[in-house]
Design a protein around this ligand. Structure first.
Ligand code: SF4
Length: 247
């Protein structure tokens, strides 16, 4: 196997180490391919398919985040077929999920002239917000199932395995085992899942409470862990248990 591969991307020649993905080879040429589920810190899984490109001789469009380059490959990163595919993916996403806090995806929708009303009868994903811990909320109405949170919770970073896919097909969503509240799982509240979530489906509880109109004092109070709450109550209590309290 040769160590270096030469290929053509958008009619420009580039030489990269064997094993490089098309996405990374394109980056070398300054060509930006749109991505959604892809994240530098996570393993690529080609789930969203927004990064598809056309490879000469291939029957289907190829997800560039996982496909490795090969010698003499000829890649087109954007043409009518690719744009139609990306537009359709965006239209399906927006028909089912709340993308109001996904600025990058909204920008893509403008770029690909995606019609937000293309599938008016699509069932919207609208589960209730999970508010079961002091650190973060889970609003799966905004979840695009990119899998980043599951990956950083597992082998890509934390090795905690508190969350995974649950259910199947249209009802697939991210959840805890047996739908347990987060404090009853292996979650260590590291916050890495919140950090990689591209849509606001996972959000710091303080940020979420501020957005919902709570005062900073209320926010601090509502996000104290039980242990801190108990400590605070103990330190506020009179040393003699209040026995001589005239009130
Ligand atoms: S919660 Fe966020 S990071 Fe996790 S799968 Fe959904 S969109 Fe992706």
């Amino acid at each position: 196997m040769t160590d270096e591969i030469t290929l053509t991307i958008d009619q420009q020649s580039v030489t990269v180490p064997a094993g490089t993905t098309i996405l990374k080879a394109a980056e070398r040429l300054g060509i930006s391919i749109p991505t959604i589920c892809y994240h530098e810190a996570c393993s690529s899984n080609a789930l969203c398919r927004i990064c598809v490109v056309e490879v000469e001789g291939a029957r289907t469009l190829i997800p560039s985040c996982v496909a490795a380059v090969s010698e003499g490959m000829q890649v087109t990163t954007n043409n009518e077929r690719v744009a139609l595919s990306r537009r359709t993916i965006l239209e399906m996403l927006t028909s089912a999920v709340d993308l109001s806090e996904s600025p990058e995806i909204q920008q893509m929708m403008l770029e690909y002239a995606a019609d937000a009303d293309r599938f008016p009868d699509a069932e919207r994903r609208d589960p209730p917000v999970y508010d079961d811990n002091p650190m973060y909320i889970r609003d799966y109405a905004k979840c695009i199932l990119c899998w980043r949170c599951v990956q950083v919770c597992a082998d890509d970073a934390q090795y905690t395995y508190a969350i995974n896919f649950s259910e199947r097909g249209y009802h697939t969503q991210i959840g805890t085992f047996f739908d347990k509240p987060m404090p009853e799982t292996t979650c260590v509240f590291c916050g890495q899942c919140v950090g990689v979530c591209p849509t606001g489906a996972l959000k710091s509880k303080r940020e979420w409470l501020m957005e919902h109109g709570y005062t900073p004092d209320e926010v601090m109070d509502m996000t104290r862990t039980e242990r801190r709450r108990r400590r605070r109550e103990q330190s506020a209590a009179p040393a003699n248990g209040g026995q001589n309290d005239p009130a």
